[in-house]
Design a protein around this ligand. Structure first.
Ligand code: G4P
Length: 284
């Protein structure tokens, strides 16, 4: 399957982010806890060079709890501060503040030595579309925050949200586009619904998901759709279509409809908490 993205938007967004990052002390990057590698755009490593870095594994409520700690460990080994969060239910967010302070310890210390006390650190949220950036900003900033407005010369045109005495957050997140030179990355992004459905052959994608689930989460398909898993994937999709009444003219199974149903169930965690990508145990 070949996936395309929109280079025009990408260049513009990247340029805007380059500008914004100059004003920032710490870059808080959201990735999807179900695909923590494919939902991370490697360009940010160059863009955020020399900045403190935090990785938040968002949508952790939909990810398999078994792998969350492994992923945190993986990113810590890579030199990030990492945490699992659920921006929608606001869980894990309190710890983010402490993490920001930790990430900016050196800067705070440097300021203190220069006699600059209580200068808030400046943070920015970045991530691919749909990873939960806006939800995170709303949840994290809460109601108590105040927009600080523009400070002439320093933050021209930028809106900052004063979170507390120590932290200011740029109110517009940086959008990174997924990078998928590797087709597996495209497939994983499509599984979680981060690629427009018009660009995808849903039946083919659903067959890939069936293969993944039957291999790594045996029993999930059988339990949710009352079907037999020990069959070829097309046969599994046919059973799913029949058991869920996805039938078209001529009493034939409607594979497309069944495919959409399966993808939608997976994307909304109706099949349970499932993680597509697993870190290698050696941290590599
Ligand atoms: P973006 O700014 O990065 O593009 O993402 P946005 O915040 O718009 O979030 C995209 C979708 O992901 C939203 O769902 C949002 O509610 C959901 N979401 C964000 N964080 C979490 C999380 O930690 N857990 C879960 N389960 N979902 C999360 P939506 O379907 O677009 O809207 P709605 O269903 O919330 O109305």
């Amino acid at each position: 399957m070949n996936f395309q993205w929109y280079p025009g938007h990408m260049t513009k967004a990247k340029r805007a982010m380059q500008e914004d990052i100059r004003l920032i002390d710490v870059v808080i990057e959201l990735v999807d806890a179900r695909i923590p590698i494919s939902s991370k755009n490697p360009d940010i490593d160059t863009l955020a060079n020399n900045k403190s870095r935090i990785i938040l594994l968002n949508k952790s409520d939909m990810a398999d709890p078994e792998f969350l700690t492994d992923w945190i460990q993986y990113y810590e080994n890579e030199g990030y501060l990492a945490l699992a969060v659920n921006a929608k239910q606001k869980s894990g967010l309190k710890q983010v503040n402490a993490l920001i302070q930790k990430a900016c310890q050196e800067k705070i210390e440097r300021d203190r030595k220069r006699g600059i006390l209580n200068r808030p650190v400046r943070a920015m949220i970045v991530g691919i579309p749909n990873v939960g950036k806006s939800t995170f900003i709303n949840s994290f900033a809460g109601r108590a925050c105040t927009k600080t407005g523009n400070k002439p010369g320093v933050t021209k045109g930028k809106q900052w949200i004063r979170l507390n005495k120590q932290v200011e957050l740029l109110d517009t997140p940086g959008i990174l586009w997924p990078k998928f030179e590797d087709q597996t990355v495209g497939q994983h992004l499509a599984f979680i619904g981060s690629i427009k459905d018009e660009l995808i052959q849903s039946t083919e994608l659903a067959l890939d998901l069936i293969e993944f689930l039957a291999t790594f989460y045996p029993g999930v398909l059988a339990d949710n759709y009352s079907l037999t898993e020990e069959k070829p994937k097309v046969e599994i999709l046919r059973q799913l279509a029949e058991n869920r009444g996805c039938i078209q003219k001529g009493n034939e199974p409607d594979y497309d409809k069944a495919a959409f149903m399966l993808l939608d169930d997976f994307r909304n965690a109706r099949l349970g908490r499932i993680t597509i990508e697993r870190p290698a145990k050696n941290g590599g």
